[in-house]
Design a protein around this ligand. Structure first.
Ligand SMILES: Nc1ncnc2c1ncn2[C@@H]1O[C@H](COP(=O)(O)OP(=O)(O)OP(=O)(O)O)[C@@H](O)[C@H]1O
Ligand SMILES: [Mg+2]
Length: 260
């Protein structure tokens, strides 16, 4: 374990919410470079709220966020992106009337850190589907293809910390595996610290080394992937006493969400 302000992403005592309501309560978590860490939890548990607070879209009410040893807690989202924290938000959020290339260009511009084009080439090598579609309007792609574009856009922003909010939402089991494998490959090649939000616990833990389970805004369980997969407690948190296996696919709710 590195120290609190070591490399990667370090979140300490983070609280946040909307209006008068606190949604996150003193969340602690850490993701080291080259590590994929799963963030698991049921609908409404606070996963996206945590991602938004780490990315700076929602202000922290208490606690801190460090990236690569830098305190970014009070930085606006664009500055945070330049400091290395990049989000691929829930529901892809592509500009559907723009081409794939234009969408990815936004990612390149976001980083403002140089090296983007070389990185983009590397990303596109991993994503031939995206390379072939660079001049296509994003709205004409399938859900899975759009998800690949969203990943390419995030990767093009040259992150050190990549926050992925349900990148497989609405995808078929086959595409889910493809996207997650790609995430693993990106993390390895670019030494990324990846926080992977997923409702599909089993698939997420197959590519993650560790995971956290969030419930009503609190981290209630943390451990290695093997520990979490073998944990009866996790099924309980997800599905109550019925203890249904946490591998069940959630019903897609916003997989086809439109422009930002
Ligand atoms: N913009 C908002 N304004 C007010 N409350 C919100 C807002 N967004 C989320 N919430 C509330 O915060 C809580 C956590 O929501 P959040 O979106 O973080 O959950 P989640 O774990 O990402 O769920 P899902 O798996 O459905 O995406 C919920 O109770 C939700 O109703
Ligand atoms: Mg969410």
């Amino acid at each position: 374990m590195t120290t609190a302000t070591g490399e990667g992403l370090v979140v300490q005592g983070l609280s946040a919410g909307y209006g008068p309501v606190d949604v996150l309560h003193e969340v602690d978590l850490q993701v080291r470079p080259e590590e994929i860490v799963a963030l698991l939890g049921a609908n409404g548990a606070g996963k996206s709220t945590l991602v938004k607070t780490i990315g700076g879209l929602l202000p922290a009410r208490a606690g801190s966020v460090h990236s690569g040893g830098r305190d970014v807690t009070r930085m606006r989202p664009e500055r945070r992106a330049r400091a290395g924290i990049v989000t691929a938000p829930e529901g892809r959020r592509l500009f559907l009337h723009m081409t794939v290339a234009e969408n990815i260009e936004l990612g390149l511009r976001l980083s403002g850190r140089g090296g983007g084009k070389a990185l983009l080439d590397e990303v596109l090598d991993l994503l031939p589907v995206v390379r072939e579609r660079m001049s296509t309007q994003a709205g004409l792609l399938s859900g899975g293809q759009q998800q690949m574009v969203a990943l390419a856009r995030a990767a093009a922003a040259s992150p050190q910390v990549l926050l992925l909010d349900e990148p497989t939402l609405g995808l078929s089991p086959r595409l889910t595996v493809e996207v997650l494998d790609l995430v693993a490959e990106l993390a390895r090649r670019r030494s990324l610290a990846v926080l992977l939000v997923e409702q599909r616990a089993q698939q997420a833990l197959a590519v993650a080394t560790r995971g956290y389970v969030i419930d009503r805004g609190r981290i209630v369980l943390a451990g290695s992937s093997a520990e979490l997969l073998g944990s009866g407690e996790m099924s309980e948190i997800y599905f109550g006493a019925a203890g249904v296996a946490p591998a069940a696919d959630p019903t897609p709710t916003n997989g086809s969400k439109e422009t930002p």
